[in-house]
Unconditional design. Structure first.
Length: 265
């Protein structure tokens, strides 16, 4: 299925005229575990196996080794990702059934308790991974060139992973979906320690997902919420925000930023 298509439009003001513009596809994607639908998200129809693996991990449903099979089924109403879990994961899921109807931009839709919405996360294990200020700015500068869907539509978020270089990116109309796709891609193969890059703001649920991956550094181009900073501090994640190719702000665990010839203002 295509990720975007051109639609006719009229433009007004400077450069007025007729023509077309590429817009992203947005379809209903169901995530079904052992025959029962767990969530329905509006998403870009690409990298769906990655999406399923990432969602299963970050929502605490299953680890990669507990997923026995996966199939994407095209239905008249949308796409159904049918995932079959090992017995232990199925038993855990039965204890904490969640129903989510997730519009784009909604990361906690369908959560049925305050305790789950603000759930604790495992602390990031010690890691030798460090970044200099110049590497952080280089990582941010590398992200725009790896966003083909955004280039075509100007309507997609991206999540990337940096370890000496940008090694993976995933895009989606939803920021949470893009991050789940990236995480799913990474956990399905060996990956080095590194930093997660986001084109979006940092909310608590984004920190929860990065903690589930175990990444020690989170870099975002937009600002974090107060609760996101607090959770990153608790989880041991270095949170960097408002990042640009020439500047950034660090909020937590700045010991992972090594100075070399750069100074922190």
């Amino acid at each position: 299925m295509n990720t975007h298509r051109a639609l006719p439009r009229l433009s007004f003001g400077a450069g007025a005229g007729s023509g077309s513009r590429s817009l992203p596809e947005e379809v209903a994607v169901a995530l079904s575990f052992n025959g029962s639908t767990q969530a329905v998200m509006m998403a870009t129809p690409a990298d769906l196996p990655d999406f399923a693996y990432g969602f299963a991990l970050t929502e605490g449903i299953a680890k990669p080794e507990e997923i026995q099979s996966l199939e994407v089924v095209d239905t008249p109403l949308g796409l159904d990702i049918q995932i079959w879990l090992a017995e232990a994961a199925e038993a855990r899921l039965a204890k904490r059934r969640r129903s989510m109807a997730g519009p784009v931009g909604c990361g906690l839709c369908g959560i049925d308790s305050l305790e789950e919405a603000t759930r604790k996360v495992a602390k990031i294990p010690p890691s030798p991974f460090r970044m200099t200020p110049s590497q952080i700015m280089q990582a941010v500068a590398s992200l725009p060139s790896a966003q083909p869907l955004h280039d075509a539509t100007r309507a997609a978020h991206a999540a990337g992973f940096w370890s000496d270089t940008l090694i993976a990116t995933r895009e989606d109309v939803g920021r949470h979906n893009a991050l789940d796709k990236l995480i799913g891609h990474l956990i399905r193969r060996d990956h080095p320690q590194g930093a997660v890059l986001l084109t979006s703001r940092v909310s608590i649920d984004m920190v929860q997902k990065v903690a589930a991956l175990g990444a020690p550094i989170l870099i975002a181009v937009s600002a974090p919420t107060v609760h996101a900073v607090s959770l990153a501090e608790e989880a041991g994640i270095t949170l960097i925000a408002l990042a640009r190719p020439d500047r950034f702000e660090a909020y937590t665990h700045i010991d992972r930023i090594t100075q070399e010839n750069a100074d922190v203002a």
